[in-house]
Design a protein. Structure first.
Length: 95
């Protein structure tokens, strides 16, 4: 596994990336950055952690609404919530 440095909302992050997954990771980073920036630019939410949670929920909802998701993305959503909890660390857990 290699590491890639990415930027989301002007902040750099060093992320682990499986070999051959660079393009997929860059696409994911671009989606997260776009969603977080839109929430920030709307001016209603200021805290980076809250913006991240709202962006993650928006993206997870969009994913669950895709026809190929079959309408049952609860396992994927639970995994996403666990990943958010880890990312938020001591700042507080989502659920």
């Amino acid at each position: 596994m290699k590491q890639m440095e990415v930027t989301i909302m002007g902040q750099s992050y060093l992320l682990g990336c499986p070999d051959g997954g660079e393009q997929s990771l860059q696409m994911a980073v671009a989606s997260v950055d776009k969603e977080m920036s839109a929430i920030r630019d709307a001016g209603k939410v200021k805290a980076r952690e809250r913006i991240a949670v709202l962006a993650a929920l928006n993206l997870a909802y969009q994913l669950a609404e895709r026809p190929e998701a079959g309408g049952d993305a609860s396992v994927d959503l639970q995994a996403l919530i666990r990943r958010l909890d880890v990312a938020l660390g001591t700042d507080g857990q989502l659920l």
